[in-house]
Design a protein around this ligand. Structure first.
Ligand code: FE
Length: 320
């Protein structure tokens, strides 16, 4: 039975090469994203491709410090983190490498990725104005999250890019003068303070309001799209890049490409209530209620470049 024999040997070769792939195909991910927001997506990828993902989560500062300390011996292939400011910093510290992928070029718009292709936005978060639906008197009724949070540093950095330092400082001083209370550690407590009447207006990433609305559809906080007659609402990204010392750069690239495709992008939209970076994927229905908005199209890398300038400005203006 020469036919059967050759069939068997072909099958054997196929199996042997499969197991070689399986051994080689482990991708180690360092992620600053909340594990519950990322893990299901990575599990789905493993199931579909047979690639084993080793996931290490920590906050972005700890991850960057770890990459720096580990140097060439790092097990990390992919870095995933929130905020273009953090991605920019990782690239600036030499922790990422250029990723030349026609798939990512096609799926992710130019303003949501590094001009040098070292990182790509995978989800979009809009930071805009929220207000009390019951008490629309805002003088002295502003709530802010702490200026220590990178989201606010990036927002201010983008404002400096757009309208200059002097005008931005004037605006931030206005915010400080109108604060109802000391800045909050996170956006969710700020939103709850508005709902409780402690303040009437604030600035948050929209997905935090979305998540509260999922639990409580009548949550009494409205959303206003900032700057629609100007350059558009401030947007930022969560994103990923391949580490400089990746042991499996090909596997890392495949994973990041997968995250940019429609099925994975739908997860960011439906589970995280962020916006997709890939324009083919439309917002979740909860988000649709806020109406469509014009996003600012400045390259988000600017958030990193002017981070230090932004921090100094907030400090000068008394924004704690
Ligand atoms: Fe967040």
């Amino acid at each position: 039975m020469p036919q059967l024999k050759s069939l068997l040997s072909a099958a054997f070769i196929a199996l042997a090469s499969l197991s070689t792939i399986a051994i080689a195909d482990t991708v180690t991910v360092y992620s600053a994203r909340n594990e519950q927001l990322l893990k299901p997506l990575l599990d789905r990828y493993s199931k579909e491709t047979g690639t084993e993902i080793r996931l290490m989560t920590a906050n972005e500062g700890a991850l960057l410090a770890r990459l720096n300390a580990e140097g060439a011996s790092t097990p990390a292939d992919v870095l995933i983190t929130v905020d273009a400011g953090n991605l920019w910093l990782a690239a600036q510290q030499g922790q990422l490498r250029a990723l030349n992928s026609p798939i990512l070029q096609k799926n992710i718009p130019a303003h949501l990725r590094d001009p040098d292709n070292q990182w790509f936005g995978l989800s979009v978060r809009a930071r805009t104005i929220v207000y009390s639906k019951s008490q629309p008197k805002w003088k002295g009724k502003l709530c802010l999250r702490t200026s220590k949070k990178v989201y606010n540093q990036s927002l201010i950095a983008m404002m400096i890019t757009e309208i200059g330092e002097a005008k931005t400082e004037e605006i931030v001083r206005g915010w400080v003068a109108n604060l109802a209370t000391t800045p909050f550690p996170d956006d969710t407590s700020l939103l709850k303070a508005i709902a409780a009447g402690q303040c009437q207006v604030g600035i948050v990433n929209t997905y935090y309001l979305g998540r509260l609305l999922v639990k409580e559809p009548d949550f009494p906080v409205g959303l206003f799209w900032a700057n629609q007659s100007g350059s558009g609402t401030h947007v930022n990204v969560s994103g990923a890049g391949i580490t400089k010392h990746a042991k499996n750069p090909a596997g890392a690239q495949k994973l990041i490409e997968y995250l940019s495709m429609e099925a994975a992008q739908a997860f960011y939209v439906d589970e995280d209530l962020e916006f997709a970076a890939n324009p083919k994927v439309k917002p979740n229905s909860i988000i649709k209620e806020w109406g469509s908005f014009k996003p600012n199209l400045l390259n988000v890398a600017k958030a990193g470049e002017l981070q230090a300038t932004a921090t100094k400005l907030m400090d000068r203006a008394g924004y704690k």
